[in-house]
Design a binder for this molecule. Structure first.
Ligand code: XMP
Length: 519
């Protein structure tokens, strides 16, 4: 959840009742230039109002308003005259609290529906029939006194409602999902025409406000940041450099487990191109020594996490007196670790996050991206001059190639995997499939050997599995339907160019039941 430090003011506060779509509400608003922040429904009023929001949105929820422990409307919303929009559970909560009746619908309504609307500020500039996405069991049966219907479907008499003053609105459907094509307009109408927000949340504004906040926090002190090669730490570094220039020193630990060309690219981009102070440490020997003989996935992660901390700490100590440590934490991490109403524990595989440093290193934390979604991070990365190859990089796990090198992680096997992985990425890039068609694509080295024939000789060598997935949120994923000719080229090149591999297979499992990584 947000801490109470105000960031951009005059936006929309979203109370998260635990819907799987809450983050989407914030993103749909921000994409349209309207700042929005997510809070727990029981967050204190001072925290919610610290950034002076002009309106409140109540999200959906897995709860039913009549359940004994169902989360309630905060007391301040009953006393204050602040425009409010309830979505799904948010609507039922408003209706219930103000004296209407909510009941379990005889039929659950799930999927596409058509709403006939009444002209009103919420539906400004929209046609009188709206295709929408419904997902609810309960529904409003009787309106609170004086409230009126603004829309209905063949299934629900009250698909959209408002109070007599036109300060509280509610919709049964989900305007935040793409299956509601006019949903973004509805959210914008609420924010701009009902709440009076100005759409001034732009990349330039994000940069200006972040720079001002960083200068205020850091003053004339020094700050260090661990660069991983990934987009978040890269953008955090670029923002910090804009804010405090040479007070920033970046530390890059080469674990020996990175992809082909990555260590060189980090030095080239940040030192040569961006002119940053950069300490690059080649710690690969240390990592391979510690990993010798280890084959168990969680043990690999634990060892790498621990070695990383030690290597980073030792590089940081050599810099003398430093007060701040910057990290590339982004908004979804902040929201997810906040545990809003009803949110289930979502991590199934334990991700010991390499690059995540423990609190006892003795630095104060700076988190320049704490309020930003990934797409905003990318936009400002580009605006700050970072190359596309970094800004649009696919995610890469902290423990690196170690969790894609099944069995023992040796220098030789990682080199084999790295060469195969480079071929996968090169061929997908050449076919223009890296940015649009795959969310993550890579090679995995399997310890299984199989028989093959090369020239006149029999071979008995290892296998490469190619993994390519499409996903929105990395919680679920489909395997990418890569064209056969691209798969053929990848396979041909790997067996021809990579020593010690005589077989290539393509992974055709979804997540769940598999995971994206193999370990
Ligand atoms: P799985 O394999 O759980 O991966 O489907 C989901 C996403 O998380 C990434 N991943 C990791 N990231 N440290 C990380 O920072 C890890 O230990 C780790 N394991 C998996 C994975 O690459 C995918 O994007």
């Amino acid at each position: 959840m947000s801490n109470s430090r105000a960031f951009h003011s005059g936006g929309i506060a979203i109370l998260d009742y635990g819907s799987q779509y809450t983050q989407l509400i914030a993103r749909r608003l921000r994409e349209q230039g309207i700042y929005s922040e997510i809070f727990a429904p029981d967050a204190p009023a001072e925290q919610v109002f610290a950034s002076a929001p002009r309106g409140i949105i109540l999200s959906g929820s897995p709860y039913s308003v009549y359940e004994p422990n169902a989360p309630q409307l905060p007391a301040y919303l009953l006393k204050m005259d602040v425009p409010t929009l309830g979505i799904c559970y948010g609507m039922q909560l408003l209706a219930h609290t103000f004296g209407g009746t909510v009941s379990s619908a005889a039929q659950r309504e799930y999927g596409a529906a058509n709403v006939r609307i009444v002209p009103c500020p919420l539906f400004r500039d929209l046609p009188d029939q709206l295709p929408v996405w419904m997902s609810h069991g309960d529904r409003v049966e009787r309106l609170p006194a004086g409230w009126r219907a603004l829309g209905s479907t063949s299934n629900a008499p009250y698909a959209a409602i408002s109070d007599p003053e036109g300060r509280r609105y509610a919709v049964q459907f989900h305007p935040e999902v793409t299956h509601t094509p006019h949903g973004a307009v509805i959210l914008r109408n609420f924010a701009v025409h009902i709440c009076g927000c100005t759409p001034d949340w732009t990349p330039a504004a994000i940069i200006d406000e972040s720079v001002a906040a960083l200068r205020a926090q850091i003053g004339s002190e020094r700050v260090i940041l661990g660069l991983s090669g990934g987009v978040d730490s890269a953008v955090a570094a670029a923002l910090l450099q804009r804010a405090v220039g040479d007070q920033l020193t970046c530390i890059f630990i080469n674990t020996g487990l990175l992809r082909q060309g990555e260590p060189e690219q980090v030095v080239q981009t940040f030192q040569a191109h961006m002119g940053m102070r950069l300490v690059a440490v080649d710690a690969s020997e240390l990592f391979f020594e510690a990993l010798a003989g280890v084959t168990e996935p969680e043990q690999k992660r634990a060892i790498i996490g621990e070695k990383f901390i030690r290597a980073f700490e030792s590089a940081a100590r050599k810099l003398g007196k430093v007060r701040f440590l910057a990290q590339g934490t982004i908004y979804p991490d902040v929201i997810e670790s906040g545990g809003s109403a009803g949110s289930a524990a979502r991590t199934i595989k334990k991700h010991h996050n390499v690059g995540g440093l423990p609190p006892d290193l003795g630095f104060e934390l700076v988190e320049p991206l704490r309020y930003l979604f990934k797409d905003e991070v990318r936009q400002i990365g580009t605006a700050l001059g970072l190359p596309d190859s970094i800004v649009w990089r696919q995610p890469f796990p902290g423990p690196g190639l170690a969790v894609r090198c099944l069995g023992e992680v040796t220098f030789e096997r990682v080199a084999r995997l790295r060469a195969a992985d480079a071929i996968v990425l090169e061929e997908l890039e050449r076919a223009n499939l890296l940015r649009s068609e795959t969310s993550q694509a890579f090679a995995v080295l399997l310890p299984t050997r199989s028989v093959g024939v090369m020239g006149d000789g029999r071979t008995y060598q290892e296998t490469i599995a190619v993994r390519a997935v499409r996903t929105e949120d990395f919680m679920t994923a489909h395997w990418a339907r890569l064209p056969y000719d691209v798969l053929a080229r990848i396979s041909e090149r790997i067996v021809n160019e990579v020593q010690g591999v005589n077989r290539v297979v393509y992974d055709i499992t979804t997540k769940p039941p598999s995971t994206i990584e193999w370990e």
